[in-house]
Design a protein around this ligand. Structure first.
Ligand code: FES
Length: 107
């Protein structure tokens, strides 16, 4: 059986082995570190793939239910800026991807 922490360590090892990987950024959430997999398409999908719970509703940038705090790093919205309100340092993981290693605070 694989727990979230050992799979995170495996993801980090794989990143270190393969320096040619593009868009594979490290996402820190409290004491967990996970690797962004571009096949997940969005940060929300990636967090869910790694058993990190985030509230959501529309999954399309309209409702703001998935709002989390970006403590460090950069993200971008591949399909353009979302319609939901976001405060300073807040992001909508349902429609963004990391543009660097990032740290998140999830309430
Ligand atoms: S789930 Fe609605 S804005 Fe992210």
């Amino acid at each position: 059986m694989t727990d979230a922490k050992s799979s995170s360590k495996d993801a980090l090892k794989n990143k270190q082995k393969d320096n040619s990987t593009i868009n594979t950024f490290i996402i820190s959430v409290e004491d967990q570190k996970i690797c962004f997999d571009p096949e997940d398409k969005t940060l929300l999908n990636n967090l869910e793939s790694n058993d990190i719970e985030v509230h959501y509703h529309c999954r399309d940038g309209f409702c703001g239910a998935c709002r989390v705090t970006l403590a460090k790093g950069k993200i971008f919205y591949p399909n353009g800026e979302p319609l939901a309100f976001v405060g300073e340092n807040e992001i909508l993981p349902c429609c963004c991807v990391p543009a660097s290693d990032i740290s998140l605070i999830i309430d």
